[in-house]
Structure formats: structure tokens, C-alpha cells
Write a protein that binds this ligand. Structure first.
Ligand code: SAM
Ligand code: DTB
Ligand code: SF4
Length: 343
């Protein structure tokens, strides 16, 4: 078994990624931990908190989503929240120990008429001393720059799955639409948060395909969220996968592979923790996940209680927060220059 590459690479082939993904689990863990130790010596857990600033009624038909207007999921559409209410939630998130506040809107694309209010939210959350992330759908020319000027740190826009499986998940937009928006956010100097969802009925080749697409983004996304499908009643994918959820070991393999191929990025164990055992989550953390969403709500779905998270991390001896555990490239669009010294 070779020593893993400690520097980010964009030239991974699908075959190389598949070979890592399929390593015997002990070897996969060892490689992932070598990368983790070299780049994240303290092994701390970063905590982000989500808020749905505009819920439901979305024009897209993402087959997993509770907020799509194409499916009857019982989630009513609401209007964009007021800035004061968002700030109140950000304060609570900070008290919860989150250092990044992620605001999500159920939009196909950001409308210029909503831009000033979203920018005010970003400015106000920054003033609270938190990192900001937004996920607002597709962006038009100039919008990413306005968000960056407001102080936005991260734009989240997931590729969700492989290029080949994409049409089985959503048909109201294309893979290229997603990549175009990511380019606009990157050109405006924003950090990127880009990942996907496992457990949507895709095959292993699609999980590898997703990682391969993400690895080609240059530079790599600074955050890579790996979601396990939260099956939502009324959605096509929620119904189709109800009786056959993905084996946890596939999530663990995907996280360890992500840790190895994105050595300097946050790898977030994202949606789906509520349905996992503590042991399953521990395996994901041992595989190299170094970020989670905290708070008992994601956007519309449930998430574990913070007291449970605290107990789980304490049992593992994993510290929380990001102080002294950021590699030089994290939270910066600059490509890394040198690897930090190990602890
Ligand atoms: N409308 C924007 C968009 O799609 O880019 C932002 C909000 S959308 C809800 C954010 C992300 O949440 C999606 O890209 C998807 O990866 C994830 N997501 C949504 N529903 C999910 C579910 N039921 N299970 C797991 N992840 C989910
Ligand atoms: C991401 O990859 N996962 C988050 C965040 N980015 C926006 C969203 C998870 C949503 C889970 C389903 C829900 O809460 O409705
Ligand atoms: Fe809309 Fe985003 Fe849900 Fe797709 S994932 S239906 S774009 S809110």
C-alpha cells in the first residue's frame, strides 16, 4: 500500500479514486488518517449550523427534496425571513458553538429583487462574528460579486451525484448549470462548499463519479459536504429507497476517500445523522470527517440534539471548534504552498 498524497491534486483518474474507495477498510482508514494527521494535526471538529431562510415552493424537481413544489410533502411555502429573525438564529447558533452559519433558500435561482435583503443578512451575521455560507440556487452575472462584497465566505451548491446518474435525480436543470454557477462563485473570490448525497439508489460507480467530478474543480472546494439521503415521504427518491437504505460502510468509504483526495478541505458528515447510530457516526469521523451540522434542525429535516453530539465527541476525545486546526488553504481561495508540520 502506497503512502497517500498529502497535496491536493486535480488529475485524479476515476480508476485511481475507485481503487482508493475499494481498499480493504483498515488500509483505507490508515491512509485517511495519515492525510488527516498531516493536514489537521489537532483533529478538531468544525461545527456549522443551518437555517432555512426561505422554505418550500421551489420550482426545481430534485427527487430527494421536501421543498420542491413538484411533490406533495406537506411542507408549506413561506416568504423570505426578515433580517432581524435571521440574526436572532445566528446568535443562538454561535451560543451553540457553531462558527459557520449557513443560510439556505428553496430557490431555483437567486432573483435580483431578493439580493439586497440576502446581502443584509450576510452583513449582519458577519457582524455577529461568524463565518457565513449561503445556498440560493443558480447565480446570474454580478450576483456572486454582490454576495462577496457583503462579506460572504462560502457558496454552497452541490453536484449531488455523478454526471451519469444526475437525470435520475433532477430534470429541471443540468450538471453543467451547476458547474457554471460554481464558476461564477469562484470567480467572485468566494470559497466553495460542494458535495452530494449518497443513498439515492445510485451505484458505487456514481459515488466514485461524484468524487471524481468534485476533484476536478480547481482549486478544490474548501468544504465537501457528504449527505446521506433523508428519505422524505412524497418525494420520488424518498419513496423508492425507503425499504433499502444505503449500507453505512458505503458512506464511510466515501468519506475516507474524500478525506484522501481533498486533503486540505473540510469534509462534512452532513444530512442523515439523525438516522445513524453513534457507532456509525464514529466510523465516519474515524474515516476523516471533520465537520458536522449542529442544532436539532437542518433545513426542514431533524438533526441530533447537541447534547448527543457533545457526548459522542467527548467519548471519542475529539475537540470542537477550528482554532489551530486550519490548514493554510482552508477558508482561502489560494492554492496551498506547503504542508504544515505535523503535531
Ligand atoms: N435550492 C438550493 C439548491 O438546491 O442549491 C439550496 C437548498 S438545497 C435544499 C441544499 C442541498 O441540500 C441540496 O443540494 C442537497 O444536496 C441537500 N438536500 C436536500 N434535501 C435533502 C435530503 N432529503 N437528504 C439529503 N440531502 C438533501
Ligand atoms: C448540504 O450539503 N447539506 C445541507 C446544506 N448543504 C444546505 C442541507 C441538508 C438538507 C437536508 C434536508 C432538509 O433539511 O430538508
Ligand atoms: Fe429546490 Fe434546492 Fe430542493 Fe432542489 S434541492 S427542490 S433546488 S430547494
Amino acid at each position: 500500500m502506497s503512502t497517500p498524497n498529502l497535496e491536493p491534486r486535480q488529475d485524479w483518474t476515476k480508476e485511481e479514486i475507485a481503487a482508493i474507495y475499494e481498499l480493504p477498510l483498515p488500509d483505507l482508514f490508515l491512509q485517511a488518517q495519515q492525510v488527516r494527521k498531516a493536514n489537521w494535526p489537532k483533529g478538531r471538529m468544525q461545527k456549522s449550523q443551518l437555517l432555512s431562510i426561505k422554505t418550500g415552493g421551489c420550482a426545481e424537481n430534485c427527487g430527494y427534496c421536501s421543498q420542491s413544489s413538484h411533490f406533495d410533502t406537506g411542507i408549506p411555502a413561506s416568504k423570505l425571513m426578515d433580517v432581524d429573525a435571521v440574526v436572532a438564529e445566528a446568535r443562538k447558533a454561535k451560543e451553540n458553538g457553531a462558527d459557520r452559519f449557513c443560510m439556505g433558500a428553496a430557490w431555483r435561482s437567486l432573483k435580483d429583487r431578493d439580493l439586497p435583503k440576502v446581502c443584509s443578512m450576510i452583513e449582519a451575521v458577519k457582524d455577529e462574528g461568524m463565518e457565513t455560507c449561503v445556498t440560493l440556487g443558480m447565480l446570474k452575472e454580478g450576483q456572486a460579486e454582490a454576495l462577496a462584497d457583503a462579506g460572504l465566505d462560502y457558496y454552497n451548491h452541490n453536484l449531488d451525484t455523478s454526471r451519469e446518474y444526475y437525470e435520475s435525480v433532477v430534470t429541471t436543470r443540468t450538471y453543467e448549470d451547476r458547474i457554471e454557477t460554481l464558476g461564477k462563485a469562484r470567480n467572485a473570490g468566494l470559497n466553495l462548499c460542494v458535495g452530494g448525497i449518497l443513498g439515492m439508489g445510485e451505484g458505487r460507480e456514481d459515488r466514485v463519479g461524484l468524487l471524481h467530478e468534485l476533484a476536478q474543480l480547481t482549486p478544490h472546494p474548501e468544504s465537501v459536504p457528504i449527505n446521506m439521503l433523508v428519505p422524505v415521504e412524497g418525494t420520488p427518491l424518498g419513496e423508492a429507497t425507503k425499504s433499502k437504505p444505503l449500507e453505512i460502510v458505503e458512506l464511510v468509504r466515501a468519506i475516507a476517500t474524500a478525506r484522501i483526495i481533498f486533503p486540505r478541505s473540510w469534509v462534512r458528515l452532513s444530512a442523515g445523522r439523525e438516522a445513524m447510530t453513534s457507532e456509525g457516526q464514529m466510523l465516519c469521523i474515524l474515516a476523516g470527517a471533520n465537520s458536522i451540522f449542529v442544532g436539532n434542525k437542518l433545513l426542514t429535516a431533524d438533526n441530533p440534539e447537541m447534547s448527543e453530539d457533545d457526548m459522542l465527541l467527548a467519548a471519542m476525545g475529539v475537540e470542537q471548534g477550528t482554532i489551530a486546526d486550519k490548514p493554510p488553504s482552508a477558508c482561502s481561495v489560494q492554492p496551498p504552498v506547503t504542508a504544515p508540520a505535523a503535531e
